[in-house]
Ligand binder design. Structure first.
Ligand code: CP3
Length: 354
């Protein structure tokens, strides 16, 4: 095996947990649920732990990253932890000048727009990932039978921040670059794919039992451009972790038209955003694909009655898939009342228990 003898996936507690069962198409005891951005500003204990400490520094302090990863598992009894880190951490560890500006997102010191800019990018040294390995090891030591999900940003989403130099709405610059300077785009896509693959491998080797590739902004692409300029880079990142045998989830927003291509890129489970009902997603995928999703985050603030009625519809549509991991259609909004999330987890567990 490519995993150490002590890896959590070798324990039956993790391997037969509801989360791992659903990710691998086996029927779980209850429908597993976790939330993208379950760690974060919705939790008072997160705000306390982060007091006076920058986002990137928090991610690179192993004890703190482990503690923040564990907080939502303790509080909400979710079926999986997601490693507390960020899609820009691999570029930070490679030596790229990047920071996360509160309320805004990742901002680079200098955007990456030409072939020369790409050629000047530093490579990520494997030893630079040691704080990540340490944080993952500390986390899984505390998690018991609850699996840890590792993640990385998909090459397009990462490259979109690099080319824009910061967050943008339409990702015009990277979409222009593909056509105007395909050589520079190709080199950047390969850099981002290598770097994301290294980040994923480090988390899996240190104890993550599943991975999720976040292509949050892929929905800004048409299918033709996705297939021509993006898919092979995501496929590379997914292929690099295939040898570990951990389930690979692929998620993006606004990807209704891209689901089959994103699945073809090499995913085992498809994450679906809130815009497309799961039964329709399954139909577009041709059947047989485990799905993850897709409670509308807006419903978290709509009151329990509306939220649970919406959840019933999501669970019902999820029956169209061989197995279903419940999640939101995108991340937990920072303003969310955390007691709503705790109650939602209990509601999903009790209404789906076999
Ligand atoms: O709980 C989890 O989901 C795990 C941790 C996680 C974070 N970022 C923590 C974080 C994960 C998986 C990510 C991935 C990530 N980062 C994505 C893909 C997922 C998605 O949401 O689409 C993207 C696009 C980023 C880039 C990024 N980082 C943005 C847009 C922001 C928000 C900036 C803001 O202040 O609103 C960040 C910062 C960030 N990453 C926060 C967290 C908890 C907020 C930091 C804070 O508390 O101030």
């Amino acid at each position: 095996s490519h995993l150490s003898g002590e890896h959590p996936l070798h324990s039956t507690g993790v391997a037969d947990s509801p989360m791992l069962k659903a990710l691998t198409g086996r029927q779980p005891q209850h429908r597993p649920v976790w939330f993208m951005r379950q760690a974060g500003r919705s939790l008072p204990e997160y705000r306390a732990a982060r007091e006076g400490i920058g986002m990137l520094e928090s991610c690179l302090t192993p004890q703190l990253a482990a503690e923040i990863t564990l907080q939502p598992v303790r509080r909400h009894k979710v079926d999986a932890a997601i490693f507390f880190s960020d899609i820009v951490i691999p570029m930070k560890l490679a030596g790229v000048d990047v920071d996360i500006v509160p309320g805004r997102g990742p901002v680079l010191g200098a955007p990456v727009r030409t072939l020369e800019d790409v050629a000047a990018l530093p490579e990520l040294e494997d030893s630079a990932l040691d704080p990540i390995r340490e944080a993952v090891a500390l986390t899984v030591a505390e998690l018991g039978d609850t699996p840890l999900i590792g993640f990385a940003g998909a090459p397009f989403t990462v490259a979109a921040y690099m080319v824009e130099g910061g967050p943008s709405r339409d990702h015009l610059r990277p979409r222009t670059m593909m056509h105007a300077d395909p050589e520079a785009w190709e080199a950047l896509g390969r850099w981002a794919a290598r770097t994301s693959a290294q980040f994923l491998a480090a988390q899996v080797e240190a104890g993550a039992s599943a991975v999720q590739l976040f292509d949050s902004w892929a929905g800004s692409l048409g299918e033709a451009d996705y297939r021509r300029f993006v898919m092979k880079h995501s496929a590379f990142a997914l292929q690099q972790v295939e040898k570990y045998g951990v389930p690979r989830i692929h998620f993006g927003t606004g990807t209704a038209e891209l689901l089959p291509a994103m699945h073809e890129a090499g995913a085992d489970v498809m994450g679906v955003d809130y815009r497309l009902p799961l039964d329709e997603a399954e139909r577009r995928l041709g059947g047989g694909v485990p799905l993850q999703g897709n409670i509308d985050p807006a419903l978290l603030a709509a009151g329990r009655t509306a939220l649970f009625a919406h959840t019933d519809r999501v669970l019902e549509a999820g029956n169209a898939a061989p197995t279903h991991v419940v999640n939101l259609g995108h991340g937990v909004p920072p303003s969310t009342d955390p007691t709503v999330l705790t109650d939602l987890v209990e509601y999903i567990h009790t209404s789906t228990r076999k």
